[in-house]
Design a binder for this molecule. Sequence first.
Ligand SMILES: Cc1cc2nc3c(=O)[nH]c(=O)nc-3n(C[C@H](O)[C@H](O)[C@H](O)COP(=O)(O)O)c2cc1C
Length: 205
Amino acid sequence: MKVLLINGSPNPRGCTYTALNEVAKTLEQEGIETEIIQVGQKDIRGCIGCRQCKESGQCIFDDFVNEVAPKFNECDGIVIGSPVYYASANGTLISFLDRLFYSTLADKTMKVGAAVVSARRAGTTATFDELNKYFTISSMPVVSSQYWNMVHGNTPEDVMKDEEGMQIMRTLGKNMAFLIKSIQLGKEKYGLPEKEQHVFTPFIR
Ligand SMILES: Cc1cc2nc3c(=O)[nH]c(=O)nc-3n(C[C@H](O)[C@H](O)[C@H](O)COP(=O)(O)O)c2cc1C
């Protein structure tokens, strides 16, 4: 059982990392393998909507997105972390996520997801909502904690002092481990839910 943790900050050891690392440590203590992937400092362009991935199963831009895609397909859970930029997620992270979620055709049903955000002061809940939407369009259960998953600070030292924020991260790790293990048992006992053919209704006639 493995969880990928995506750091959308350009600071590889900054505030977002400090929060993600607390989740990762807790997951490891619960027997779940983890890998933190640095995304925020990469040069990642946005999706151009060419839809070639729907034929090939991978993004036409053969970069870091395609490197991470097989790991995403195989993992049992993903934690997406972002610093808050103008009350939104980091732009590079959004380019990465749009292309990763759109181009990977493997079924994501019951792969669990959680968003984690870091801000000096505000914009946390808007960013949290933004990131959770990748899961809720993908049949992925969203893992929650005792509060919305956020930490506050401008430096890792600030974040370490945010005791409530750090506790939220540990609770998130425990809840995620429990859910992954429970889903594993559920899959063995009941199998995945049956799927209907996907209906696309771009507009209502
Ligand atoms: C371009 C930019 C925009 C920012 N916008 C906000 C904001 O809207 N609200 C806020 O509280 N902090 C804002 N910040 C501060 C960061 O969100 C905050 O310092 C965060 O914890 C940094 O995380 P990191 O160390 O992982 O990069 C902004 C920082 C930058 C560089």
